[in-house]
Write a protein that binds this ligand. Structure first.
Ligand code: FAD
Ligand code: SF4
Ligand code: SF4
Length: 477
């Protein structure tokens, strides 16, 4: 058993990370696993704060100090039960949460001693649970005879499905893709999250009796009204996929791609699918000078994918500075180590080429006063134009929600001012019994928030069905 509060004498340690030169050669995850001894020692660094800021800044409110204590004491099965009580997919969050901005970035010992490595311990606990057979399909004790439909098999939809199935609902999930996982499968690359980790969860959900209807696009294969007629309650968890555009000359030249087209192609290739655009060399960075525009997680995934595809040179262009970029600082560090060049305070001005992009004109920027959102505006610096070679350009400028009321033929669904679905405090939309969760409510966000929303929506749906449906069936009740 390890004594707690050992942070004064024990330095912070992460699981081994593969050398950058090796990382560039394949798409495998770059972090190894803790061994039992190191996990216990690292967990014992926790000072068991009276007010645990790590927990406050975890979107799921994970009971971090308690499962760290149990890990330090070698009581891993209890640690697993505690960690999985608040998190549906702890092994996924342990891998891909931007911990430096969430739990670890707010760890009380961070300032003087470097944070407890919370995410790596969370992953270790759950991977151990899988190895030991402690992770079971979310089967209910009994069926309750009510049926729910979930549109979208991303983390928000899957988290809600898990909760609702445990409560005895028949759960049907509809997704337009051919695989389960949403952006966990087709957005996030393998080097952050290998796909067998998602596949393992799909198998458990299926074992529990959850039914997946894949290659099924709501709005095309069925309207929302048709699904409402099939199920007692519905959840919309369709994510946000409308790529933001860039308003400069010649965006129609060949060789300029939206980030998700590029990442989906690469993820499909890694999954063993035949992708024509990749084989033909179009959606493939091999041997090219690649410029990625943007500074978020998606941009980081694109630059690192291009490196692994064997690009000749990869540049990331971002209009603000390093301190103001939205992506995880840890991912920037990883990208730099893998050979990506970052041009901070730089913005694109025009693409140049003869039918196909050859160069990009860019300008230097400076930061001005904060705007209404509190972020400093980026202002072009006069006479600062420069040119970059660009055989391939990837636009990673963020995503907006598609018009769901129009796409689903459901004009009664109200939108927020950002174009996402408006919901009440129980995640219910303006259509009774129709709930929404994840990016389609929040805008492009994080997996951990999608899980949180999915769990909240499941609670809201359960409460709504129990009161309304039972009352309708038994008016005297
Ligand atoms: P999604 O994961 O987008 O799932 C929505 C599902 O709905 C999809 O499967 C889609 O096919 C389906 N769907 C959509 N429309 C229909 C329809 N009409 N009919 C049927 N099905 C439909 N977050 C992190 O926390 N860490 C990261 O490292 C990270 N990296 C990212 C990298 C990239 C490239 C991107 C794009 C995002 C990343 N994110 C990351 C954000 C994270 O992936 C999302 O916040 C999260 O997946 C949102 O979950 P969701 O369930 O709301 O939507
Ligand atoms: Fe940290 Fe994410 Fe785990 Fe919460 S879910 S403890 S934020 S890694
Ligand atoms: Fe432990 Fe850090 Fe959380 Fe405090 S903030 S309880 S030291 S992990």
């Amino acid at each position: 058993m390890n004594k707690l509060l050992s942070f004064v004498s024990t330095p912070q340690a992460f699981p081994d990370i593969k050398a950058a030169e090796l990382r560039r050669q394949d798409f495998k995850e770059i972090y190894g696993d803790f061994d039992p001894r190191t996990a216990a020692i690292q967990a014992s660094r926790c000072s068991q704060c009276g007010v645990p800021f790590c927990q406050i800044h975890c979107p799921l409110g994970n009971n971090i100090p308690d499962w760290l204590k149990l890990t330090a004491e070698g009581r891993l099965e209890e640690a697993y039960w505690m960690s999985s009580a608040t998190n549906t997919f702890p092994e996924i969050c342990g891998r891909i949460c931007p911990q430096d901005r969430l739990c670890e970035g707010n760890c009380v010992i961070e300032k003087d001693f470097e944070s407890v490595t919370i995410g790596s311990v969370e992953k270790y606990i759950t991977e151990t649970a899988f190895q030991m057979g402690w992770v079971k399909p979310p089967r209910p004790a009994s069926e309750n005879g009510l049926s729910v439909g979930i549109v979208g098999a991303g983390p928000a939809g899957l988290a809600a499905a898990d909760m609702l199935r445990r409560k005895g609902y028949e759960v049907h999930i509809y997704d337009r893709y051919d695989r389960v996982g949403g952006l966990l499968i087709y957005g996030i690359p393998n080097f952050k999250l290998e796909k067998h980790v998602v596949e393992r969860r799909r198998a458990l959900l299926e074992d529990a009796g959850i039914v997946f209807h894949l290659n099924f696009q709501v709005g095309k294969d069925a309207s929302l009204e048709e699904l409402r007629a099939r199920h007692t309650s519905l959840l919309i968890a369709t994510g946000v996929y409308k790529a933001r555009e860039i308003d400069i000359p010649d965006t129609s030249l060949a060789g300029i791609f939206p980030a998700l087209d590029y990442l989906i192609a690469s993820n499909r290739v890694c999954l063993g699918d035949k992708v024509k655009e990749y084989d033909r060399g179009t959606l493939n960075a091999h041997g090219k000078h690649v410029v990625v525009i943007g500074g978020g997680d998606t941009a980081m995934d694109c630059v690192r994918t291009a490196v692994r595809q064997g690009a000749a040179h990869v540049t990331c262009l971002y209009r603000r500075d390093r301190a103001n970029m939205p992506g995880s600082a840890r991912e920037v560090k990883n990208a730099e180590a893998e050979g990506v060049e970052f041009l901070w305070l730089s913005a694109p001005k025009a693409f140049v080429g003869n039918r196909k992009v050859e160069k990009m004109l860019a300008v230097k920027m400076r930061l001005g006063t904060p705007d209404a959102s509190g972020r400093q505006t980026a202002i072009p610096v006069e006479n600062s134009q420069f040119t970059l070679r660009a055989d391939m350009v990837i636009k990673a400028l963020g995503f907006d929600a598609e018009d769901i009321p129009a796409a689903f033929g459901a004009p009664a669904l109200k939108l927020s001012k950002w174009g996402t679905l408006a919901v009440d405090k129980n995640q219910m939309t303006t259509l009774p019994g129709v709930f929404a969760a994840g990016d389609i409510v929040r805008g492009a966000s994080l997996v951990v928030w999608a899980i949180r929303d999915g769990r909240d929506a499941a609670a809201g749906m359960d409460a709504w069905m129990k009161s309304n449906h039972l009352r309708l069936r038994h008016p005297a009740a």
